[in-house]
Design a protein around this ligand. Structure first.
Ligand SMILES: [Zn+2]
Ligand SMILES: [Zn+2]
Length: 332
């Protein structure tokens, strides 16, 4: 089969004769139909992702069709359309047993430390495989994983109904947060993003206001700030915007060496909550469900599609300002 391999030193190779993955008793074999490229992949390509194991087939945001099922698998059938939660946790540690499998020390993320979906076929455990409704497009199916990350972050904070929300960074995660905030009844959505193209996309997808970093915004005007850029200055700006009892949801990955200035008095004075969110915990099924309602809007995020042989072009496009979400279509 064809597969993209990353060597962790900045090179990728599309091979035609990769071995077909072995399907264990508890696994399913999937033919991926749409595979998202995200920031994690951009780091993996150049080899600076701390937990990456090389060589690896990338691709952790995907939807496809079941080609084969393991002998012990029940509840899934050949030919079914599915999406996959790529975070395969141990299921036995304290984190797993207390609803935080995303923090499991034994996590094996598909497409990061085990082979992913940038291939004609991928084998994954059945328990992370979720059936998609018949009418859902593969593009929408491949967006369920990033949507799950947004839902997990929102699960960690207060309900958005009637809340004033800001989103810092309008990449695909920030834009999905805009769509979800609208769907969940936020009263006002402000987006802070340097790229004019992405600000325009944010307005199109439901934001009320979109400004560049540094532009004036009313002070203390936000109840929930969703930080999805990973830029330290954006974190500080987000905290500054928070109204009394406001909540920061930190989704963006800031370099582990970076520190920011924080006045603990602000936490006291305004009773602020600062909450972190990493990847997704148990939100995948809820994201499948929500996607049935928002698919036609979410699909607008997919601005570029490429075949497997054009992996290099796909990565270049994902670095560009004009790309919101790049999808690989392995069948092409
Ligand atoms: Zn991702
Ligand atoms: Zn665990």
């Amino acid at each position: 089969m064809r597969a993209v391999f990353l060597d962790g030193r900045g090179h990728h190779e599309v091979v035609d004769d990769a071995p077909t993955p072995t399907v264990g008793a508890d696994d399913v074999l999937i033919r991926p139909a749409a595979v998202g490229v995200c920031g994690t992949d951009l780091h993996l390509v150049i080899g600076d992702y701390p937990t990456g194991r090389f060589p690896v087939v990338p691709g952790h945001e995907f939807a496809g069709t079941i080609e084969q099922i393991g002998s012990a698998v029940t509840g899934l059938t050949v030919g079914q359309k599915v999406a996959v939660d790529p975070n395969v946790a141990c299921g036995k540690c304290d984190d797993c047993l207390t609803g935080a499998p995303n923090l499991c020390e034994f996590l094996v993320p598909i497409g990061v430390t085990s082979n992913g979906a940038c291939a004609d076929l991928v084998a994954v455990p059945a328990h992370v495989t979720y059936a998609l409704p018949d009418g859902m497009s593969m593009a929408a199916g491949a967006l369920v994983e990033p949507l799950s990350c947004v839902l997990h972050a929102l699960d960690r904070g207060p309900a958005l109904t009637g809340k004033r929300v800001s989103v810092h960074g309008a990449g695909s995660i920030g834009l999905l947060a805009v769509i979800v905030a609208r769907a969940q009844g936020a009263s006002a959505i402000t987006v802070v993003e340097p790229s004019p193209a992405r600000r325009a996309a944010a307005l199109d997808l439901g934001a009320d206001v979109a400004v560049a970093p540094g532009d004036d915004l009313p002070a203390r005007s936000v109840d929930v700030a969703i930080e999805a850029s990973g830029h330290p200055a954006a974190v500080t700006a987000a905290i500054d915007l928070l109204a009394k009892r406001g909540t920061l949801l930190q989704m963006g990955v800031v370099s582990s060496e970076t520190t920011i200035a924080l006045r603990p008095y602000d936490l006291f004075d305004r009773e602020l909550s600062l909450i972190g969110s990493q990847s997704l915990a148990t939100s995948f099924p809820a994201a499948v469900e929500l996607m049935t309602e928002i698919a036609s809007t979410a699909e607008k995020l997919v601005t570029h599609t490429y075949g497997l042989n054009d992996y290099g072009e796909a990565i270049a496009a994902a670095h560009s300002d004009s790309a919101l979400k790049v999808h690989l279509i392995p069948g092409n």
